[in-house]
Design a protein around this ligand. Structure first.
Ligand SMILES: [Mn+2]
Length: 378
């Protein structure tokens, strides 16, 4: 056997709580169902393509939230592809803790877990050794890399969960340079952890599929898994397969000329129309001084026609400041004071903040109260 075929996925985060979507009742549960559906769709494709291996490079599920029903559903799916060996490692969201389903669940015979107690497994009929470098509670396992010495007569695969060629932040997520992984003597490195697609690192050796379904606004675009072939001391042949159903999209919307929440909702309905898209909508432009967009009304108004909308209001009031600044009394003094500060503002952020202060200050002077975006009265 000098070649194997494989599927490679990572970061499915099954049973993720999606608490940031809880403002729309039912949506977190719907997203959880979608994660599982997309995973099952991939298993169905494995059923017809019959790859030798399915590599799962960590964060298969959320340790804190995973339900037994979910684990047993995916294990039944694995059992339905008996000709495919499923090899898994732990990620930082499903670390190799004593109570992890990786260790406590009785998985089907074609399912293998690599970690603390077993760092590699040799499949003789495929002449393939699979190594696993995953995650334990509170720390990674990257030191094990030094003791993993592949036999170069075999096909050697490394499953890896961590950062590759990225600056180490406050926490070191198994951070390893691609050059070190490349020097390890592996024929394919199946990576996970980074939720964005990264292909052909280390001169075509290391592949990171990203999350199977996107999980937030910092994961735009389509998502999926890899199919490929690996052989002894030869470059792997790898193809990215888009499979995700949902997309996260950020769009900017200029509300200049609009003067009510209804007008903004109608305008947005024409722009944000994807049925399987979660939108982050940034309002920009100038609006009449007597119109204050209500973020919560806009979000709930849109929620009826689209899956999800998060509104960020960065518009500013179109105020005839020259007229106000010559007024006598508190109002004129306040406007002159803030205008002076705006003139000296050192950054756009500061200027926007001061414009907001001006806007809310005028509202407070006029009405004796401020209604915030959420409808709360200050
Ligand atoms: Mn992850």
């Amino acid at each position: 056997m000098n070649k194997i075929s494989f599927f490679h996925c990572a970061d499915t985060h099954l049973d993720s709580p999606f608490s940031s979507l809880s403002s729309k009742p039912g949506l977190p549960a719907l997203r959880r169902r979608q994660l599982l559906d997309t995973f099952m769709k991939m298993i169905d494709l494995a059923k017809s393509e019959k790859p030798d291996f399915l590599f799962i490079a960590g964060d298969l599920f959320e340790h804190e939230y995973a339900r037994l029903a979910t684990i047993s559903a995916i294990d039944s799916a694995f059992a339905a592809i008996p000709g495919t060996r499923v090899v898994m490692i732990a990620g930082n969201h499903d670390p190799e803790a004593a109570d992890s389903f990786y260790l406590t669940y009785k998985w089907s015979p074609n399912v293998y877990f690599l970690g603390e107690s077993q760092e590699s497994i040799f499949f003789e009929d495929k002449n393939t050794e699979v190594f696993g470098l995953g995650w334990g509670p509170g720390y990674g396992q990257k030191d094990r890399l030094e003791t993993m010495v592949p036999d170069r007569g075999r096909i050697n695969i490394l499953l890896f969960h961590g950062d590759i060629d990225l600056d180490i932040g406050v926490r070191d997520y198994n951070s390893v340079p691609a050059a070190v992984l490349k020097a390890g003597g592996f024929d394919y490195v199946a990576a996970g952890h980074n939720h964005r697609l990264r292909e052909s690192m280390g001169n075509g050796l290391i592949f990171n599929p990203g999350s199977l379904e996107p999980l937030g606004f910092d994961e735009p675009g389509k998502h999926g898994y890899f199919t490929g072939e690996a052989g002894v001391s030869q470059a792997p042949v790898v193809k990215f397969m888009e499979i995700s159903r949902t997309m996260y999209e950020t769009l900017e919307f200029d509300i200049t000329g609009l003067s009510s929440d209804n007008e903004v909702i109608e305008g947005l309905k024409n722009k944000a129309s994807g049925t399987d898209v979660l939108y982050r909508i940034i309002l920009r432009g100038k609006r009449p001084v007597d119109y204050y967009p209500s973020v919560s009304l806009l979000e709930s108004g849109l929620a009826k026609s689209i899956l999800f909308a998060r509104i960020v209001d960065e518009s500013s009031a179109d105020i005839a400041l020259e007229d106000l600044s010559v007024m006598k009394g508190l109002k004129g003094a306040f406007v002159r004071n803030i205008l002076g500060k705006i003139e000296k503002a050192g950054s756009d952020d500061e200027r926007i903040l001061l414009e907001k202060a001006l806007h809310y200050g005028l509202e407070a002077i006029d009405n004796g109260k401020i209604e915030t975006a959420g409808g709360e009265i200050l």
